[in-house]
Design a protein around this ligand. Structure first.
Ligand SMILES: NCc1[nH]cc(CCC(=O)O)c1CC(=O)O
Length: 311
């Protein structure tokens, strides 16, 4: 008897070339390989505008989508079959022909402080230079410590850590998820509270995108999907989307799922970063995604009456 091996299904996974993006993609590949030993998985590096231009502040390039667009183009062109994104870097505007097939393995969603001499945020001396390139983190920082100097800080994770080490800044605010995934937790000085540093929508989760008309890949990704992570991320993204997909406003949204309930903590600042609103909402899980959109509109309306931030 001869055994004719069935042809292997080839799946090309598109990833950005940064060490963190490749580590994230490696994890997705490992999970897929465990579920489906019959697949042939191929990693394909796609460079993005956000990776190529390291000088222009992200707030100027247009933070939304700079890391994701080229991966989406590669998906639509058929050069890759799957795109692995940090969920927070994936614009909320749906792309015709593409779907998020899975939200995967949410890491710690918190922001962290990495400081050169090990001082916590409360203990940094007045005037200390704190690096971040996120308007959300700027507003959160200004709310708690208006006496610190916020400095634009770009570059991959290792570049930012080096800038702290070399003293270009005294501290930096980064996502815990990136450091933890890279195994660099020893650099973390302090985990910042979810209440004050409300994470970016999707922070810590991976969004895995594929073509809508690719049933084999959709089925494969469905097996990877983490339902609680997906509900939380979809709720956060719905809040963001209702505000125009990010525009230039500082926006934080963090959802936690417990049984049939979703707790959504949000932060919204105005474009000029002079006012900020923080609130927490409890939503029934079945309605969380739609309700989050309506809430966003409500929070935005109330922003004009919010207390001004110290400058
Ligand atoms: N904006 C860049 C980016 N996109 C995803 C992460 C970290 C991983 C994650 O949030 O899942 C980071 C780095 C950071 O914000 O410090």
């Amino acid at each position: 008897m001869t055994i004719v091996p069935s042809p292997q299904l080839q799946v090309r996974l598109g990833t950005r070339g940064s060490a963190l993006a490749r580590e994230q993609t490696r994890r997705v590949m490992a999970a897929l390989a465990a579920l489906r030993p019959d697949l042939e998985l191929i990693e394909t590096i796609v460079s993005t505008a956000g990776d190529r231009d390291k000088r222009t502040p992200l707030t100027v390039i247009g933070g939304q989508g700079v890391f994701a667009r080229e991966l989406q183009t590669a998906l639509l062109a058929g050069t890759v079959d799957v795109a692995v994104h940090s969920a927070k870097d994936l614009p909320t505007e749906p792309v015709p022909g593409l779907v998020i097939g899975a939200f995967f393995s949410r890491e710690d969603a918190r922001d962290v402080l990495v400081s050169r001499d090990g001082r916590s945020l409360a203990d940094l001396p007045p005037g200390a230079r704190v690096g971040t390139s996120s308007r959300r983190r700027l507003v959160a920082l200004r709310r708690l410590r208006p006496d610190l100097e916020a400095v634009d800080l770009r570059g991959n994770l290792d570049t930012r850590l080096r800038k702290v080490r070399e003293g270009e800044v005294d501290a930096a605010i980064l996502a815990a998820a990136g450091l933890l995934r890279m195994g660099w937790q020893e650099h973390i000085t302090e985990f910042l509270s979810l209440d004050d540093f409300v994470p970016a929508p999707g922070q810590g989760a991976l969004a895995i995108e594929c073509r809508a008309d690719d049933p084999a890949v959709n089925e494969m990704l469905a097996a990877l999907n983490d339902p609680a992570a997906a509900l939380a991320a979809r709720t956060e993204r719905s809040f963001l989307r209702a505000l125009g997909g990010g525009c230039r406003s500082p926006i934080g949204a963090h959802a936690t799922v417990s049984g049939d309930t979703v707790t959504l903590r949000v932060m919204l600042g105005d474009e000029a970063m002079t006012r900020v609103r923080l609130s927490t909402w409890t939503l029934p899980a079945a309605e969380a995604e739609t309700r989050a959109g309506a809430l966003a509109v409500e929070v935005q309306r109330s922003l004009a009456g919010a207390d001004p931030l110290p400058v």
